[in-house]
Design a binder for this molecule. Structure first.
Ligand code: XMP
Length: 515
């Protein structure tokens, strides 16, 4: 299988580059810029993309690459910082841009040379998304100028003979018109990608790998939440090892209203060994008095591991057995790997070592897939639509939607309010635009008036986002009349909520969940 390597220099859009590459049916991985030349050789990419990043290449502590990377005979596309890095290494000169000359931010009218492979078949003019304060004062020898703006003569450079391309703008973001096509051109016309990354291929390979790794006798315990990721993994494992799979559903008591029963009912229909563990008291006991979001996540992640292990021990597991979980790429990235900042630790990256050590290995075969790829895989495996299209639900559940301390009473309030929000939204045609929607108990109280009396009660926030990859998201424009129905119903039907607000922030700068 052909692979593209994305070297991460800390830019904020790096995961989008990976998304765009995968959309061209080309496999890629985002790796830290510290990857050595030997590791790059071993990875054996058909093309390398240097991402953007916040640094200036001419400063002493700027992230670098081994210049040997330019001798591998592998095409390179440098984006923003990556472009400057390439210029810097190949004999060009990068300096700080003067105010109002070549420093550019935001949407910029850009002109392209459509004879260049990167821009072939695309319009010669369009908006691109710029975000650079540095400027290539001298372009390296062998490169020609293939793109410019009014302020800057060299926003795109190319040495077509060696397959080196650099752009100062960000082709990966939607604001750049035809940006995805430019990346596609780089892959297809420059790197010779044939588009051999398909879900059908991944599915076959993974089932074979799982059955090989687990062996003829090994058993697998899968942490099943009923969400799309772990359900897809259940289907893969069932194909690989059949009855040697046990799915353990740990109900931590912070699920949505009726969800525990629904998950149990859904999996009762599958021909698999399914176990439900009801552990609300255990989890709430551990969360008593805890208000810090990362601390909550850590506690739930660890407790999840201990509950799971207790259940596993009942099965008499041995060191020949495996623990599987449906970790996906964003869980890995947002929990902080490589050069990206830790946004929030996803629960499946928080398992205690002593739990892991009880198993032969932890299997996470989906940990390089994005959410929409998981859904494609689910379809490939013949999973029912309602499972494939379920909205994501965070591992720690409502605990990260109850700001401040989590108590059984607050869980009940939030479950009831969230249920009404979802019920009303699902009656409206606008639900097709809502990729994920839920309510949040904000830990803020405010004064209200109900009947003739004063109230001093909880503020509930409603959140709905529109996104396909959940890495970036916009807030959904839900019609006012739907919001109104939700608001009236919740304050009337759910005690202790007297005010409702709607969250109108996109991601970034906010995240989807509040904690
Ligand atoms: P954020 O809040 O980081 O969430 O914008 C991105 C997506 O990830 C989900 N999420 C999680 N999923 N375990 C998960 O499996 C977690 O700990 C977790 N935290 C957030 C979130 O619901 C959204 O879809």
């Amino acid at each position: 299988m052909q692979k593209v390597l994305i070297l991460d220099f800390g830019g904020q859009y790096n995961q989008l580059i990976a998304r765009r590459v995968r959309e061209c049916n080309v496999y890629c991985e985002v790796r830290p810029f510290t990857m050595t030349l030997a590791e790059i050789r071993e990875y054996d990419p058909i093309g390398i993309i240097f991402t953007g990043g916040p640094n200036s290449v001419y400063l002493a502590d700027a992230p670098q690459v081994d210049p040997g990377v330019f001798e591998l005979g592998v095409p390179v596309l440098g984006i923003c910082y990556g472009c400057q890095l390439m210029a810097h290494h190949l004999g060009g000169q990068v300096t700080a841009a003067q105010e109002d000359t070549a420093r550019e931010y935001g949407k910029t009218e850009t002109f392209y040379d459509t004879n260049c492979k990167l821009f072939r078949g695309l319009p010669a003019q369009g908006i691109s998304w710029m975000s650079h304060g540095d400027y290539m004062a001298r372009v390296p020898q062998g490169f020609s100028l293939v793109g410019h703006t009014e302020a800057c003569p060299n926003v795109a450079i190319a040495d077509e003979e060696r397959g080196f391309y650099g752009v100062q703008f960000h082709p990966e973001v939607n604001h750049t018109q035809h940006g995805a096509d430019m990346l596609r051109n780089f892959m297809n016309l420059v790197c010779g990608a044939v588009g051999d990354w398909t879900m059908e291929g991944f599915c076959k390979k993974t089932v074979a790998w799982l059955s090989d790794t687990i062996g003829p006798k090994g058993r697998v315990l899968l942490a099943l939440s009923g969400g799309v990721d772990s359900s897809v993994l259940a289907a893969l494992l069932a194909e690989a090892v059949g009855s040697r799979l046990t799915c353990v559903f740990v109900d931590h008591g912070c699920m949505r209203k009726n969800e525990g029963d629904e998950v149990e009912a859904a999996f009762a229909k599958w021909n698999i060994h399914f176990v439900r563990v009801n552990a609300q008291e255990r989890f709430l006991g551990k969360l008593k008095g805890v208000t810090d979001p990362q601390e909550k996540r850590r506690i739930i992640g660890a407790e999840f591991g201990y509950v799971f292990l207790d259940e596993a021990l009942k099965f008499g597991i041995t060191k020949e057995d495996f623990f599987a979980q449906g970790t996906i790429y964003p869980d890995v990235i947002e929990s902080g790997k490589g050069d990206a900042a830790v946004i929030k630790s996803h629960h499946n990256k928080l398992l205690p070592r002593e739990v892991i050590e009880q198993f032969k290995a932890v299997l996470e075969p989906l940990d390089h897939l994005f959410k929409d790829e998981i859904r494609q895989l689910g379809k490939e495996l013949g999973l029912p639509d309602y499972l494939v299209h379920r909205q994501p639900f965070p591992g720690p559940g409502l605990a990260v939607r109850i700001l401040g301390e989590v108590t059984a009473e607050k869980v009940k309030i939030l479950q009831d309010a969230d249920y009404i929000f979802r019920e009303e939204l699902e009656k409206s045609p606008c639900v097709k635009d809502c990729s994920q929607y839920f309510a949040v108990l904000t830990n803020a109280r405010s004064v209200g008036v109900m009947g003739d009396g004063r109230t001093y009660d909880n503020t509930l926030a409603l959140r709905s986002v529109t996104t396909s990859d959940f890495m970036t998201a916009d807030w959904t424009r839900i019609p006012y009349d739907v919001l109104d129905r939700v608001s009236v119903r919740i304050v009337n039907e759910v005690p202790h909520i007297n005010r409702i607000v709607y969250d109108i922030t996109s991601k970034p700068p906010a995240t989807i969940e509040w904690e």
